[in-house]
Design a protein around this ligand. Structure first.
Ligand code: GLU
Length: 509
């Protein structure tokens, strides 16, 4: 590569950023960082009908949470500012005029009703070389009539003039050479007088050119637009600086059949958005990865492998490792199945690597009181987290697993009592409490275990008859880490207290 790459992520603020869009941003980012290039955030907001309040902020917040950083763009600034297309109106108009002057675009006055009529008369009607001469445009109307209509403020659009039977080649790093015949393309609208704004195609090409974009990395759904884009570069005479294309594979439903949609997430219970999102019009709420308890690094790692193959068995990658290993050549052409169970697996793995103090920060908000302020409680929290974290995938689970360390159980499930609570259980537990009370402390798990076992052996008690109800009175249910890990963390006084108070509660049942 002889020029420093410049790539852009160019979302339209039409709603929450879909997880597929996040993957596009990520691949652009990894590519830019891999080659020491620049990453630009451009907001493509020229379609005023589809504009959604709050979407731009949502996009920026999401990418910030994920650690996908930009060098230039909306909210970052840069030498090509403004980066919001609605603020670049005047720039586009100049280029539209140039195409018209060169005979490569023309004014069209057809009303929506007229177009509708054509469509109903002709099956598969397309505005192109075969039909344009029977339409209401500047190729047909006398020049003075065109000027008069424009001067009178009549609404018009500017359409690209596509010549039939020309070969268009899209060079795609992932897909190779894609060849199409221009006959299948229609004379797309490039600009509308109604709002003085260009359409996506024109704004996208002009900006990629002006912003010196070298690689266009985007979702496969944009591949059908690529021939028109190639043609526009040709019309403007910008072939020499035309970016290279890389169209990323689709994200597929978890069962591999069809494109992943928001409904799959609702149906199967996994987020398809990075952050919680409330639709400003319908008020509908959709949950995001952040609020569901995913770590940004886990989401990044998971997404990186959905469509890119490192060529090795390695699955866990830090961001730096991803940057080091990433290449567009190793992106696949076929769709990537969205295996959200794998996403959970990544979160589980990342949770295991987090320092306990950091996990405590995630768990803290679930507690009613502030545990940080109480040194003993905080120490206990750290120990409790360590004892349960290997079973947890999300911080919320961590909280559920450690909660019993802070609140002694006050009720016991009937089914557990039936199964574990025998005639002589109260006597055994009362004796156990005495044994424990006699120990200096319960800090050494093995020592505690030894003492309890020796006592059982000496008395001829079965271990199960003691340990099962013991767990029940400490935890409230037959769950939790190793019993002598629990007693170590609870400490001697609390352990003995829990035995005694449970005996009182159960006696009354
Ligand atoms: N504005 C388009 C989008 O919403 C950009 C497509 C492209 O990257 O060219 O994805």
């Amino acid at each position: 590569m002889n020029t420093t790459p410049r790539v852009r992520f160019a979302p339209s603020p039409t709603g929450a950023l879909h997880i597929g869009g996040v993957r596009t941003a990520l691949y652009n980012y990894l590519f830019a960082r891999r080659h020491g290039g620049s990453m630009i955030l451009r907001i493509e907001d020229t379609d005023t009908n589809r504009y959604v309040e709050g979407a731009e902020k949502y996009i920026i917040d999401s990418l910030q949470w994920l650690g996908i950083e930009f060098d230039e763009g909306v909210s970052f600034g840069g030498k090509h500012a403004p980066y919001r297309q609605s603020e670049r109106k005047d720039i586009y108009r100049k280029y539209v005029d140039r195409l018209i002057a060169d005979g490569k675009a023309y004014y069209a006055f057809d009303t929506p009703e007229e177009l509708e009529e054509k469509r109903s008369q002709t099956a598969n009607f397309q505005y192109d070389a075969s039909t344009r001469m029977s339409m209401n445009n500047s190729l047909v109307l006398p020049a003075d009539e065109v000027s008069r209509r424009i001067a009178n403020g009549e609404k018009y659009v500017v359409r690209i003039r596509i010549e039939p039977n020309e070969e268009i080649v899209v060079n795609d790093i992932i897909r190779g050479e894609v060849r199409i015949n221009s006959t299948i393309l229609d004379d797309k609208v490039l600009w509308k007088s109604a709002d003085g704004l260009p359409t996506y195609h024109l704004a996208n090409i002009v900006d990629d050119h002006l912003m010196e974009i070298t690689h266009v990395i985007r979702g496969e759904e944009w591949l059908p637009s690529a021939p028109l884009h190639v043609l526009l570069y040709r019309y403007f005479g910008w072939q020499d600086t035309m970016p290279q294309f890389a169209h990323l594979p689709l994200l597929l439903k978890p069962d591999g059949k069809g494109k992943l949609s928001k409904r799959d997430g609702d149906r199967l219970g996994f987020p398809v958005f990075p952050l919680d999102w409330t639709d400003p019009i319908t008020g509908e709420k959709t949950s995001g990865y952040r609020e569901a308890g995913y770590f940004p690094e886990a989401v990044i790692n998971f997404l990186a492998l959905l469509g890119w193959n490192p060529g090795s068995e390695q699955e866990i990658f830090s961001k730096e490792e991803l940057i080091e290993a990433f290449s567009l050549e190793r992106c696949s052409r076929s769709g990537a199945r969205f295996d959200y169970e794998k996403g959970k697996w990544f979160n589980h793995k990342y949770l295991q690597t987090k320092p306990t103090e950091e996990l405590a920060k995630y768990v803290m908000p679930f507690f009613a009181d502030n545990i940080f302020d109480d040194k003993d409680k905080y120490r206990k929290l750290l120990a409790a987290i360590d004892s349960v974290k290997e079973r947890a995938t999300f911080p919320k689970e961590l909280f559920e697993f450690v909660e019993f360390f802070f609140t002694a159980p006050e009720s016991f499930a009937d089914s557990d009592l039936k199964k574990r609570w025998k005639e002589d259980t109260p006597r055994l537990l009362t004796e156990l409490a005495e044994i424990l009370r006699a120990l200096p402390n319960l800090d050494d798990e093995q020592a505690t275990e030894e003492s309890v076992k020796q006592w059982c052996e000496a008395k001829g008690y079965s271990l199960g008859a003691v340990m099962n109800p013991f767990r029940l009175v400490l935890v409230g249910q037959m769950k939790g880490p190793h019993i002598f890990t629990i007693t170590r963390i609870l400490g001697r006084t609390e352990t003995v207290n829990r035995i005694n108070s449970a005996l009182k509660i159960i006696e009354k049942i």
